[in-house]
Design a binder for this molecule. Structure first.
Ligand code: CCH
Length: 310
């Protein structure tokens, strides 16, 4: 009413859906790739494996946004309560320069126009919302999400070494994921995100995609881990493995650790056979990841489920 003081702007679910829609729109707009092969459904998906040339179209901004949300959150240490998505401290050096974060400036810059359009959202809420959006837009499960993160300053940057190192094995995976508060099942489910995207020599030193449909969220990573034979690739780069059938795919040492370790492999086998179980358990674990260390005022049942675009 006239003359009544206007309180601070309190965004509603609809406001966050607008942010989601804007991220989804920008993602759809940037898919103007030179070879025109981008699409939500890869032609290779249900066909027999054959050699495929992978291009930039197999690593769009979607996958980098998933990785940004994960690396922003995966620094969490449950003992000290430090790190995690609350803070968005990857905006600052030294965290932005940590080796594991190479290439993520692309994702952070991609989201700046969204932040400019919706200045009321914090970077830490935006980065996690964008990760949830990218998963849904690539055909993944619903990722219920809630706001409440605050940006912190450079003093809250986490020390280097909290994110996993792909050259290592099962012990390292457990050290890192248990430190965040995950168990074996949740750790395996989360790493299933490697169905998406690819590795880049100029970012991590590794090269190639994990499966033939890197723009579609699926359980293909697990199926290939179980069904394919993986040989060490002969090249000058870091030790990585390639599929016997086509020599176009790759697995990193930590990926193969999931089938070498018996307890991990139980879950790999299960997800390889049961896509629904993977989707459900991935969603639960990803929601947990994005919320690690966040002092929410809201309750879990207050999470929003965003409507995906067509
Ligand atoms: Fe990952 N990941 N990740 N990863 N990752 C890389 C790429 C992606 C590890 C290492 C790497 C998760 C777990 C692990 C994605 C999501 C998740 C790369 C290549 C390395 C190295 C980077 C490059 O060169 O561009 C290791 C080690 C672990 C655990 O042991 C988890 C958990 C998630 C999400 C839930 C996604 C997506 C990519 C593709 C990025 C792109 O640009 O295509």
């Amino acid at each position: 009413l006239n003359g009544e003081p206007k309180g601070p702007f309190v965004p509603t679910k609809d406001d966050y859906q607008k942010v989601y829609d804007e991220v989804a729109r920008l993602l759809a707009d940037e898919t103007d790739y030179d070879d025109g092969s981008y699409g939500p459904v890869s032609v290779q998906f249900h066909q027999k494996p054959m050699r495929k040339e992978f291009t930039d179209a197999d690593s769009s901004q979607h996958q980098v946004l998933v990785r940004l949300a994960w690396h922003a959150s995966g620094t969490y240490d449950k003992e000290t309560g430090t790190g995690g998505s609350n803070g968005a401290t990857m905006r600052f050096a030294p965290e932005s320069d940590h080796g594991a974060n190479a290439g993520l400036k692309i994702a952070r810059d991609f989201l700046e126009p969204v932040k400019a359009k919706f200045p009321w959202i914090t970077h830490s809420d935006l980065w996690t919302l964008a990760g949830a959006c990218a998963i849904q837009e690539l055909g993944g499960p619903q990722i219920p999400w809630r706001p409440g993160r605050e940006d912190k300053d450079v003093a809250a940057c986490t020390p280097d070494g909290r994110l996993p190192d792909a050259t290592q094995g099962h012990r390292h995976i457990r050290d890192v994921f248990y430190r965040m508060g995950f168990d074996d099942r949740e750790s395996v489910a989360l790493i299933g995100a490697h169905a998406l995207g690819r590795a880049h020599t100029d970012r991590s030193g590794f090269e190639g995609p994990w499966d033939f449909s890197p723009t579609v969220f699926s359980n293909e990573f697990f199926r290939l881990l179980v069904e394919e034979k993986w040989n060490q690739r002969k090249w000058n780069g870091p030790a990585q493995f390639t599929d016997k059938s086509t020599s176009t795919l790759m697995m990193m040492p930590t990926d193969l650790a999931l089938v070498k370790d018996k307890a991990f492999k139980t879950h790999v086998d299960r997800y390889a056979k049961d896509s629904d179980a993977f989707f459900k358990e991935f969603s639960e674990s990803f929601v947990k990841l994005l919320e690690l260390g966040v002092p929410f005022q809201s309750k879990p049942e207050d999470r929003y489920v965003f409507k995906a675009s067509e």
